[in-house]
Design a binder for this molecule. Structure first.
Ligand code: TYD
Length: 205
């Protein structure tokens, strides 16, 4: 049996990561891997209920962080850990880097407290690889303008976005072995080519 890998996609709203997840999963499947795709907050029935609260209800910033980690605990228990134990590959649209970026960098919650929660919820499990879709504020704004029904986070002001991006990039500098920064200002095809190469090299080509 092959060993499964845990891969996460991250980035500010409007960076375009969601467009690439299905194609990336298919590339891995073409290499014979069994792949599940999932997302945070969400990924379980309870997690999806928490998601709708988190994306639409105003709440204290620590409540927000605790609910993100509560949804994540369930997601790990129900979906991620069992899949990895079977040897499947798991691709998650966001994980704990998003909590550091959004609740830490965006909202200003203490990064030390977030580190303690991370330690508590999944101290021994980190993604094998994180693809961080990076775009500057202006590009993110332009892309978001095209979508309707913006959620609570997408409606935030510029300084929120700047704080989110800054913490993402700090984490990429802190964990260069795990986090690969994707320049998401490029055309979709160029990014898809880069992701194909990432899939090939993960599968040993
Ligand atoms: P997102 O993944 O961008 O989904 P969609 O493409 O449907 O908008 O939306 C999830 C939102 O939740 C996003 O704005 C980031 C936010 N979020 C946090 O603030 N903290 C977290 O820990 C996670 C996982 C997400």
């Amino acid at each position: 049996m092959t060993t499964g890998k845990f891969i996460t996609f991250e980035g500010v709203d409007g960076a375009g990561k969601s467009t690439h997840i299905a194609a990336f999963a298919d590339s891995l499947r073409q290499h014979g891997r069994t792949v599940i795709t999932t997302r945070e907050p969400g990924g379980t029935e309870l997690g999806e209920q928490l998601r709708s609260l988190l994306l639409h209800e105003p709440m204290h910033l620590e409540t927000e962080a605790l609910l993100m980690f509560a949804a994540r605990r369930e997601h790990l228990a129900q979906v991620i850990a069992p899949a990895l134990a079977r040897g499947d590959w798991v691709i998650s649209d966001r994980f704990t880097d998003a909590t550091f970026a959004y609740q830490g960098g965006g909202r200003g919650m203490s990064l030390d407290k977030l580190t303690q929660l991370e330690q508590w919820v999944h101290g021994d499990l980190q993604p094998d690889l994180t693809l961080l879709f990076d775009v500057p504020l202006e590009v993110a704004r332009e892309r978001l303008q095209k979508s309707r029904d913006l959620d609570k986070f997408e409606q935030e002001q510029d300084d929120f976005f700047i704080g989110v991006r800054q913490v993402y990039l700090q984490r990429a500098a802190q964990f260069p072995q795990r986090i690969r920064v994707i320049d998401a200002t490029r055309p979709i095809d160029a990014i898809a080519d880069e992701l194909q190469q990432v899939a090939d090299s993960l599968c040993g080509e």
